[in-house]
Design a protein around this ligand. Structure first.
Ligand SMILES: Cc1cc2nc3c(=O)[nH]c(=O)nc-3n(C[C@H](O)[C@H](O)[C@H](O)COP(=O)(O)OP(=O)(O)OC[C@H]3O[C@@H](n4cnc5c(N)ncnc54)[C@H](O)[C@@H]3O)c2cc1C
Length: 382
């Protein structure tokens, strides 16, 4: 099944490389949704029970298969970063609903996400709450028949493109008070009065912006799960999808290695192909070995999560190693291309920019180290 998915992702990726040329971020993101939906790939971001793809032996009907997500992202990222991000956001943005939405809400939203008819986004970060989500300050106050939200969110992928946000807000306690039950998730339509988006650019094409919520009112059934269960829900969502960030990193790295190999073979200096210089051959071998190590960590983490997890250490290791390694491999590929490596439009120049943000979002490398160290120190063997 995974081989078939990879072949389908490759076909979409090859089309995207041609069809996205010259498009702005928003038009590119919308074209990506259409391409992915036409190929049926968005269905893999939603559990079968709620209108997604049947993952067979890979995952239960009410789960998204992490192995399938990883296989797809590794291939999509090798072709286009925005294609990869568009794909995964349908899952990240809708998973809190799959886990905790009412039956009516799931029936209304999940199927249209799986078919690409609505675009999803996941909004937890704030200017004052990045690595430490316990600092979330956006407030949700119960009103007659619903909730009123005030505050702001930062660095939200798909802001300006999405039709809805699954959003973490404070329903009790105070920011940073250490309480685990002061936060709740809500489904917030992008066109809700009082919600505004301020866009900005990051290093690689990626629709992103900050949200401002000024008296945004949502219905009572927009609350996802139990009151106070929002932090656990947001963390469970990240735990399900984080390994796929590592998989995307291997996709960027694989493409960079293949670009380097081709360039070193064809480019001649000092009267011979660059590939004949031992220093550069050593580097190719090092790039290949690190990439394979990253792939094995991704495979181990994805299997462990699909098999019931939580696989906290496996996921942290894979995210940390694969994303750091991808940046290193893309950087070496740039070096092998000499001046061409930094010229806008060269594939390796784009890959280096695409790979960078993966070390930051869905838990920075430092946070993965903290998670891993905590696991090591709490294990009975330590
Ligand atoms: C391209 C991109 C897309 C994103 N998309 C989304 C999205 O769709 N939805 C969303 O909610 N968020 C999104 N984010 C936000 C992202 O998840 C945060 O940027 C990330 O969690 C880090 O938070 P921060 O930027 O506030 O950095 P900070 O938490 O301020 O960290 C700054 C630095 O300090 C380090 N640091 C922090 N705490 C510790 C510690 N205890 N020990 C050691 N080092 C520490 C960090 O590792 C980092 O290097 C996105 C970010 C980017 C760049």
């Amino acid at each position: 099944m995974l081989e078939r998915l990879i072949a389908e992702a490759r076909a979409v990726g090859e089309r995207a490389e041609v069809e996205l040329t010259g498009l702005g971020e928003d038009a590119a993101a919308r074209r990506c949704v259409d391409l992915l939906a036409e190929a049926g790939l968005l269905a893999w971001t939603v559990p079968a029970a709620f209108g997604g793809a049947d993952a067979g032996e890979l995952a239960g009907a009410d789960e998204v298969s992490v192995r399938a997500l990883c296989a797809l992202r590794a291939e999509l990222a090798a072709h286009s970063g925005i294609l990869d991000v568009t794909f995964v956001m349908q899952g990240l943005g809708s998973y809190p609903l799959a886990r905790a939405g009412s039956d009516e809400l799931r029936a209304r939203v999940m199927g249209v996400v799986a078919r690409g008819e609505r675009v999803a986004a996941f909004a937890v970060t704030e200017h004052g709450a990045g690595s430490s989500l316990g600092e979330v300050a956006t407030k949700a106050v119960q009103t007659d028949g619903g909730w009123r939200l005030d505050g702001g969110k930062a660095f939200i992928t798909n802001a300006g493109v999405a039709d809805f946000f699954t959003l973490l807000a404070r329903t009790g306690g105070e920011p940073g008070d250490g309480g685990q039950d002061g936060l709740t998730m809500f489904l917030v339509p992008a066109d809700a009065p009082g919600l505004t988006v301020e866009r900005f650019e990051v290093t690689a094409p990626h629709p992103i912006g900050d949200l401002s919520l000024d008296g945004v009112v949502v219905a009572d059934d927009a609350r996802l799960g139990d009151l106070g269960g929002g932090l656990a829900l947001a963390l469970a969502t990240l735990a399900r999808f984080r390994t796929s960030v590592a998989a995307a990193a291997t996709g960027f790295a694989r493409r960079a290695l293949s670009e380097s190999t081709a360039h070193l073979r064809s480019r001649e200096q000092f009267g011979r192909p660059l590939a004949t210089f031992q220093a550069l051959r050593f580097e190719l071998a090092e790039m290949d070995t690190r990439l394979e190590a990253a792939r094995l960590l991704v495979e181990a983490a994805a299997s462990a999560v699909d098999e019931g997890g939580p696989a906290t250490a496996e996921v942290a290791r894979a995210k940390l190693y694969a994303t750091e390694t991808a940046s290193w491999i893309c950087d070496r590929a740039v070096q092998h291309h000499g001046g061409l490596g930094v010229r806008r439009g060269t594939v390796v120049e784009r890959l280096l920019r695409e790979a960078r943000a993966l070390r930051i979002y869905e838990g920075t490398s430092e946070i993965q180290k903290l998670i891993l160290a905590k696991e090591l120190l709490s294990s009975s063997d330590a």
